[in-house]
Design a protein around this ligand. Structure first.
Ligand code: KG4
Ligand code: ZN
Length: 351
């Protein structure tokens, strides 16, 4: 089985071809990603209209490139999958409509994939990971803890009530005059800084594994204003303090998530981390330490598969097709689409 996956929910245009291996797991035959960072840089964040336009400009070429690299023709595909949300609706429509048109013209099954399900199932692409497991999704648009019980079977244990963690990195970087996206800049500054500022650890100790980063971001702003003008060392120290607070919060919320997972599903044995923030080495070190102390196996897919990509959409498409779960052409773009139907309306997307 070979499936084309298309991803256009945010600021990456991506197309990939993944093959289901006979022994299980997938083989990535092509994985093309075009980042729009340059287009959005001047604005310090993603501008929805620019994103949608940029997806239109490059998507067809990117799909052809993916098919070419995979040495697969459209006729040879077994299905076409596209992320149908959650995300910026203009961009989602570009990918979804393209996938539907291809599927219709080539008489192929079409799969509308939840972008979050793509992140949730990526760890199974390399094979061998069985359900259930706990997913920590930390990206620019999402921060959630999800119990992954099976394909299409998710229980959201907690989520951010305001900013996503990557969004907090981006906003703090912007206020300190660092570049976009902010995560890598803050990480670099933090390495040479000292966490000398006493910043809040939002939600610490709460039973429900929710997150909050907006107050922490404001606390950084207030500190920066208090000690202005900032020297280079001040900026590094603020970054180190911010990153330390984020790490403490993530680990504490994870502990609450593992406890809740245990209550709802039985003992938690595996933690999977996904999303661009997983690129942060200090955060990965803290998660590694937490997992070894808690007797959990930590699975972090390679960084290019943690950030937005087409292979995760193609793989989720394969997992769904294997269960006979394809969709019809009436499937509409969903700017908001919680993984877990029962999840509350406070779900935070980038839209
Ligand atoms: O998953 P992703 O590529 O895109 C979506 O948000 O969907 O995640 C991007 C986010 C940005 O907010 C970026 O600042 C953050 O991931 N990020 C990092 C690092 N690299 C990227 N955050 C902290 N440390 C990093 N090294
Ligand atoms: Zn994502």
């Amino acid at each position: 089985m070979r499936v084309l996956g298309i991803e256009t929910t945010c600021d990456e245009t991506a197309a990939a071809v993944v093959r289901l291996k006979p022994e299980g797991g997938g083989e990535i035959l092509a994985n093309e990603v075009l980042s729009q960072i340059a287009e959005h840089q001047a604005y310090g964040g993603v501008v929805p209209e620019i994103a949608a336009r940029a997806h239109i400009d490059v998507l067809d070429r990117l799909i052809l490139q993916a098919l070419d690299n995979a040495q697969v023709s459209v006729a040879e595909l077994d299905g076409i999958a596209a992320a149908a949300g959650p995300g910026l609706v203009g961009g989602v429509i570009v990918g979804l409509t393209t996938a539907k048109a291809l599927a219709l013209a080539a008489h192929k099954p079409f799969v509308a994939v939840n972008h979050l399900e793509g992140h949730a199932l990526t760890a199974r692409l390399s094979g061998g990971l069985a359900f259930p497991y706990l997913l920590l999704l930390v990206s620019g648009g999402h921060t959630q803890l999800v119990a992954v019980r099976g394909v299409g079977d998710y229980l959201r244990l907690g989520a951010t009530v305001d900013d996503a963690v990557g969004e907090a990195f981006d906003k703090v970087a912007k206020m300190l005059g660092l570049g976009y996206p902010g995560g890598p800049h803050i990480e670099r500054e933090a390495e040479r800084g000292v966490p000398r500022f006493d910043l809040p650890r939002p939600m610490l100790g709460r039973f429900k594994p929710d997150f909050s980063f907006s107050g922490l971001k404001t606390a950084v702003r207030l500190e920066a204003q208090r000690i202005a003008p900032l020297t280079g060392a001040d900026v590094a120290d603020l970054c180190a303090s911010f990153q330390a607070a984020v790490i403490d919060t993530l680990v504490d919320r994870l502990r609450a998530g593992v406890r809740l997972f245990g209550e709802r599903l039985g003992p938690c044995r595996v933690l999977v981390v996904a999303g661009g923030v997983a690129a942060n080495a200090a955060i990965r070190r803290a998660l590694t330490r937490f997992c070894s102390e808690s007797g959990l196996r930590l699975v972090v897919p390679p960084i290019p598969l943690c950030t937005d990509n087409g292979a995760m959409i193609a793989w989720a498409g394969i997992e769904r097709l294997m269960l006979g779960l394809n969709d019809d052409m009436t499937f509409a773009a969903r700017p908001r689409w919680p993984l877990d139907g029962a999840a509350d309306k406070a779900h935070h997307g980038k839209a």
